[in-house]
Write a protein that binds this ligand. Structure first.
Ligand SMILES: [Zn+2]
Length: 139
């Protein structure tokens, strides 16, 4: 488990939104609501399983989640962010990839994240997987 203490915070770029940072670095698994790998990114409602084993239902389209953070704050929580990144709904800034220690299993069970390159172009999933996001699991 990584701790998000003051040291960690200082080491990372201050302008990265904390929930976005957690969404990219924490170990989470994004699967379909029946627990199978997501093959169809048209389905907005998915399950996000946290490192602790808690499973939350996320609607990546309507932007809601069943976790306590969302219930309390109604902010877009790390699960929603993670699911949107994992499904390729939101692109990940390549700069973020350099700064953060991305969860190794990021692209597992998912169509795959999309990363926006520095020049504004999009890096294909294979490149992303080779570079930073996943190692052997990626399609
Ligand atoms: Zn959540």
């Amino acid at each position: 488990m990584r701790q998000t203490g003051p040291e960690k915070h200082d080491r990372n770029h201050h302008c990265i939104e904390p929930r976005t940072q957690r969404a990219l670095t924490e170990v989470m698994t994004v699967v379909s609501t029946n627990g199978t790998p997501i093959t169809d990114s048209d389905t907005p409602i998915v399950s996000v399983i946290s490192a602790s084993g808690s499973s939350y239902t996320v609607d990546t389209d309507a932007l809601w989640c069943t976790c306590p953070d969302y219930e309390r704050s109604h902010q877009i929580c790390k699960h929603i962010r993670r699911a949107r990144f994992a499904l390729g709904v939101d692109a990940i800034d390549a700069e973020l990839l350099q700064k953060l220690e991305i969860d190794d299993d990021f692209g597992v069970h998912c169509p795959g994240p999309i990363v926006v390159a520095y020049d504004g172009g999009v890096i294909d999933n294979e490149t992303v997987c080779r570079q930073a996001v996943t190692r052997t699991h990626c399609r």
